[in-house]
Design a protein around this ligand. Structure first.
Ligand SMILES: NC(=O)C1=CN([C@@H]2O[C@H](COP(=O)(O)OP(=O)(O)OC[C@H]3O[C@@H](n4cnc5c(N)ncnc54)[C@H](OP(=O)(O)O)[C@@H]3O)[C@@H](O)[C@H]2O)C=CC1
Ligand SMILES: CC(=O)N[C@@H](CCC(=O)OP(=O)(O)O)C(=O)O
Length: 346
């Protein structure tokens, strides 16, 4: 059994990690940590776990945890993981960070977009960006995984084959993405009060969202160029789900079938990526509660653009599910172990 510790277990991502790992046949949760709920059992915080997980939440002690656990998941706000992780911890346990501290390769870029200091830039070289379908060979050999963000997972998976195969103009990319409110986490803030976000849709952090450099970094690596994209996130009054609508100018005339062959080249064997048939476009409810990323597209002959739609559950493929997929790769398990949840509909 893989001994697992979850730091920040009481947030939405932590809760989802517990839900998935409790059903994982090879994992055993040995420690759940919290900041505000030390001494409380997990089922007192999340009553859906009554009779299922009565583990008492403890104060975080990552040094001690690294002696006892095989893998530590960090589900903390940005800026904390880079203070906590160090080389000595990584010698003893593998770390999967679900925040953003190790995703960007350049600490200056991180500091610029996150407005906070990076406390362990020396670890950025060894951190692997844990987008499983694209980086599994590197993930396997690493002790520090930077689990991708939710918008970024959906966007990069949706566009990656087109950039790898040089099909679209790299600087023409526009991503219009929508997220459910759980994407903002459980901590209280005015923007996510019921009245502030129900029955309304809004764009936010226009031309300034911190997922922009992450998408540019990974798609730039795919096409071996520095690229800039326009990325606009929106808050949607639903609990879970990300829908990314991605636009790109085609470099030459292509048919839908030709593009589908490109997607198949990269994703045909991927269990968690489902390519939609012609005329079918992903919906968030088709992936809710599951680790799937659904992708559909249309070739617009009139404008010479391709429009790709991607959908994921932000808490599963966009966070905890992908983190467990990373754990499976790290420990040589079948990648789908514990991750075969069928999407909930409705
Ligand atoms: N929500 C989502 O869809 C996604 C989130 N992420 C990322 O995952 C991470 C966790 O997100 P999420 O679960 O939504 O966030 P939440 O706000 O719901 O949870 C944060 C967790 O971190 C703990 N915590 C907060 N501040 C501190 C601190 N100063 N020191 C130690 N622990 C602290 C909280 O403890 P307590 O409850 O005890 O206060 C809680 O357990 C973030 O980096 C987020 O950006 C990534 C992908 C998707
Ligand atoms: C709706 C909402 O507020 N979403 C969050 C994204 C959450 C996420 O996946 O991102 P990180 O892991 O990079 O924090 C946001 O826009 O900041």
């Amino acid at each position: 059994m893989i001994r697992v510790g979850i730091v920040g277990a009481t947030g939405y991502v932590g809760e989802e990690l517990v839900r998935i790992l409790m059903q994982h046949p090879e994992s055993h949760i040995i420690n759940l940590t919290s900041q505000s709920y030390v001494g409380k059992s997990f089922s007192q915080i999340y009553h859906n776990f009554e009779g299922i997980c009565n583990t008492i939440c403890e104060e975080e002690d990552i040094e001690k945890l690294s002696e006892e656990a095989d893998v530590i998941f960090l589900a903390l706000p940005h800026g904390i993981a880079s203070k906590k992780v160090n080389a000595s911890i990584l010698k003893k346990a593998k770390v999967i960070d679900l925040g953003a501290d190790f995703r960007l390769k350049n600490a200056n870029v991180y500091e610029q977009w996150y407005n906070t200091e990076h406390f362990s830039p020396e670890l950025l070289k060894e951190a692997v960006y844990g987008l499983c379908e694209i980086k599994r060979d590197q993930i396997q050999k690493s002790n520090l995984i930077a689990n991708p963000g939710c918008y970024t997972t959906c966007t990069i998976l949706s566009l990656y084959p087109l950039l790898k195969e040089n099909v679209i103009d790299e600087d023409s990319i526009i991503v219009d993405a929508k997220s459910g409110v759980s994407g903002a986490g459980r901590a209280l803030s005015l923007d996510i009060h019921y009245i502030e976000c129900t029955e309304s849709i809004k764009a936010y952090k226009i031309a300034s969202h911190r997922h922009t450099p992450e998408i540019e970094q990974e798609l730039g690596e795919a096409c071996k160029k520095d690229i800039t994209i326009s990325f606009t996130p929106h808050l949607i009054p639903m609990n879970r789900g990300i829908l990314a609508t991605c636009y790109g100018k085609l470099k030459k005339k292509v048919t839908w079938d030709e593009i589908m062959n490109i997607y198949k080249k990269y994703y045909e064997k991927e269990q968690f990526i489902r390519l939609m048939n012609k005329g079918v476009y992903p919906e968030t409810r088709w992936v809710k509660g599951s680790n799937y990323c659904d992708i559909g597209f249309s070739v617009d002959e009139r404008t010479g653009r391709i429009i790709v739609i991607g959908a994921i559950d932000n808490l599963v493929k966009g966070a905890a599910g992908q983190a467990v997929q990373n754990m499976n790769i790290l420990f040589g398990l079948k990648e789908n172990t514990g991750l075969n949840q069928i999407p909930m509909f409705p």
